[in-house]
Design a protein around this ligand. Structure first.
Ligand SMILES: Cc1cc2nc3c(=O)[nH]c(=O)nc-3n(C[C@H](O)[C@H](O)[C@H](O)COP(=O)(O)OP(=O)(O)OC[C@H]3O[C@@H](n4cnc5c(N)ncnc54)[C@H](O)[C@@H]3O)c2cc1C
Length: 424
């Protein structure tokens, strides 16, 4: 198998061949070239390495992940084989610093990979997105010792990490969390529970946000701890039965007298809330990338179908009302993609309004994915509603991008506050 060595320093995608291979088609449709995101001058321009990586991930996803997507959705089981595939091609290494075995990629590069994987299987795209989400608090708030301790295992993909912020009574209002961490000598003792934790049942490490000072103001009540899921007192209470993204286990976690060393605390006591928000500023673009990928995947299927399906003696794509739907889907997807790429560039450059960029791209991409996938079902007519074609799965998967890492209402809140200020 050939090894493609990229200028960004990785042995990305050994064995990936260019061009569609066996099993490269979505069920029931013939292969076609996906619409190419253009290279754009102005706010950003994809570098040669980024284009190379995007195309290599696209090939891998088309050849190796697309044929698994329907089964992952049907069984609702975490795709360990896809996790191994992403690890063995260093895709899980993208967000990690080079000194710890990662590829040190920028945000846009990570998002390109999430987008391309999600185009064929959103659950698989989430493997990279959650690995990045869980690692971000360590990247942003962890010491050099902490990064050296945890990053090599995560970058290699040997270990998985989850991000545990949400609780049953603290969803959008994360500052209302009740899980407690009480200092006891050199340790903390954690008691409480977390709800809706992606990969919570398969992760080796979980970043847990817990209250260290109940009397402090909301922004200073929480601290973040890296917890080993093998610790006594850690348990998985249940796995949710979900509408979409079904191969990604969403767990309720409970902590009963869970002892964690103070050396596992990220930053100072009280830093947790700020760390969570800074994490979301960098992780929301990953969800936007997932949404853009889902939209592109649905557009690809609908376009091919419209070329091949004949009614009234001609392809349905020639019917103006169907053509108009496809045109709106294509324009919307491209607009969401351009906003995402621009947002990544702004955030990477340290823009002071990073929160607004992150919220805007997630808002626009999530709504676009929902609209485009719904229209894709419409283009396929009755066939869109059955699982012979992937668009009904894509529609179910798209819905989640409007909900997690902050609902669309919360994104609007973030954007509006950034525009008018909290005090107005
Ligand atoms: C499949 C899945 C995976 C998830 N993965 C993770 C994970 O890995 N880690 C993690 O920590 N969390 C995770 N979450 C949690 C997710 O981020 C929350 O569900 C989300 O933030 C919303 O919280 P909630 O469900 O409690 O809804 P609520 O906060 O109760 O909101 C209910 C409704 O009220 C609206 N609303 C709430 N507050 C406001 C407001 N101020 N203004 C206007 N409208 C408002 C919301 O938009 C929503 O429509 C996941 C959720 C799901 C479903």
């Amino acid at each position: 198998m050939p090894v493609v060595t990229l200028p960004l320093g990785g042995r990305i995608l050994s064995g990936a061949t260019i061009g569609p291979g066996p099993g490269a088609t979505m069920p029931g449709v013939s292969p076609a070239t996906p619409t190419e995101p253009p290279l754009v001058a102005g706010g950003y321009r994809l570098s040669e390495e980024q284009v190379l990586l995007r195309d290599a991930v696209r090939t891998l996803a088309t050849e190796r992940i697309a044929p698994r997507a329907a089964d992952i959705d049907r069984t609702g089981e975490f795709p360990w084989d896809v996790k191994e595939l992403l690890a063995s091609h260093d895709i899980l290494a993208l967000p990690f610093p080079a000194e710890y075995g990662g590829l040190g990629s920028d945000l846009l590069t990570v998002c390109l990979a999430i987008e391309e994987i999600s185009r064929v299987c959103a659950t698989s795209g989430l493997i990279l997105a959650v690995q990045e989400l869980g690692a971000l608090p360590i990247l942003l708030g962890g010491s050099v010792e902490q990064q050296a301790r945890w990053f090599p295992g995560l970058a290699s993909g040997k270990r998985l990490i989850a991000f545990a912020l949400t609780e049953a009574e603290a969803g959008s209002d994360v500052g209302a969390a009740r899980t407690r961490a009480v200092r006891d000598g050199d340790d903390y003792v954690i008691d409480g529970s977390k709800r809706f934790i992606s990969h919570g049942s398969v992760a080796d490490l979980v970043v847990v946000f817990a209250v260290t000072d109940p009397k402090a103001r909301k922004s200073r009540r929480l601290s973040a701890f890296v917890v080993e899921s093998s610790s006594p007192g850690f348990s998985v209470e249940r796995i949710e039965h979900k509408m979409g993204m079904r191969g990604s286990p969403t767990a309720e976690l409970a902590f009963a007298g869970l002892r964690v060393s103070a050396t596992n605390r990220l930053g100072e006591e009280g830093d947790g809330f700020g760390l969570a928000l800074r994490t979301l500023d960098r992780s929301r673009p990953g969800i936007a990338a997932q949404a853009v990928g889902i939209a592109q995947g649905a557009l690809d299927v609908a376009t091919r179908y419209a070329r091949e399906r004949t009614q009234f003696g001609s392809p349905i794509g020639d019917l103006q009302m169907v053509g108009a739907m496809l045109a709106d889907m294509a324009a919307g997807t491209e607009a969401a993609r351009q906003l995402l790429y621009k947002a990544c560039t702004e955030i990477e450059a340290g823009a002071p309004d990073a929160s607004r960029w992150a919220a805007m791209c997630k808002l626009v991409a999530g709504d676009t994915a929902m609209r485009v996938t719904t229209d894709a079902v419409q283009v396929l007519g009755g066939y869109g509603y059955i699982d012979e074609y992937p668009v009904e799965r894509m529609m179910r998967d798209a819905k989640l991008t409007q909900l997690y890492e902050g609902t669309q209402q919360i994104q609007r809140l973030v954007i509006a506050r950034s525009l008018v200020g909290r005090d107005h």
